[in-house]
Design a protein around this ligand. Sequence first.
Ligand code: SAH
Ligand code: AVI
Length: 320
Amino acid sequence: MTARAERSAVAEETRSDFAEALISGLSAREKSIPCRFFYDAAGSELFEQITRLPEYYPTVTETGILRARAQDIAALATPGTVLVEFGSGSSTKTELLLTAMGDLFAYVPIDISGAALDEAEARISERFPGLTVLPVEGDFSRPLQLPASIAECPRLGFFPGSTIGNLTQSAAQKLLANMRSIIGKGGRLVIGADLKKDVRRLIAAYNDVAGVTAAFNLNLLTRANRELGADFDVTKFAHSATYDVRHGRVDMHLVSQEEQTVSVRGHCFRFRKGERIHTEHSHKYDVEGFQALAAGAGWRPEAVWTDDERLFSVHVLVAG
Ligand code: SAH
Ligand code: AVI
């Protein structure tokens, strides 16, 4: 299959996955849409804008930790290693590591967003001309076909951004177990996890004054209209972000502003005024809680670094 044909097959698969998930999510008593559908081209761009918001502390904080620890992380990648990144997005943080690292066999960014992967591949290839970049477009929570050329190489995993927090604890553990088999026994994973903190700080980060997170959330409906021919009136839904103390997570919803009916591919969905669609969990961990989660998936903690304010943690885990 040519690269172009492969690309359009992936796009078609994503579209039917979206249709199926949307119809089943809106048919449930408590409506929901899985957060992996945030990341079409517009969603990936909105996420980049979020990372630059004054309220959104995770990106700047994790970047500071990675910058301070770049040499320690680089030492984990002996010559000939493959750097495998999960949910790589713009690969901006990766640049810090690549600058510090010696000769890698290849860099393998994995992301569901083809648009983000294309941009990142072009920029990384330009900035690191000797580096082989092998992008993989797909859903990291499903079986993934990694390039055959890296089959025999040692691997270092990188999963920044606290994207692990967007999964429920059981899904997170399953993903960590899959990553363990991808990285291989004795291999390492460098993974970012957002820490529990003052609730006001959390809510501000997910409900910014400029309304960028609201636009990111509402883009799900715009995407459904464009890709699936749904007829959401985006002006009749509002963004909401709340903190669930029991589960230690921020929850995002889209709230119907009035009673309304929406159709998606011949299916009709009624909304009461105030009825919510759940769109994202963002779990916050403490260091011990995260290490226990990782241990349940066969990872042994080797190091953990935090910033001075203890807002964010970066863990080095070893596959047992
Ligand atoms: N790693 C970057 C981006 C984080 S945003 C950073 O730290 O800033 C989350 C990224 O994960 C997005 O690029 C999104 O497209 C990707 N992503 C989300 N769910 C995914 C899934 N199920 N499979 C693959 N990639 C996913
Ligand atoms: C990618 N992920 C870790 C982000 C988060 O903070 O949960 C996504 C996001 N949602 C709203 N703002 C940012």
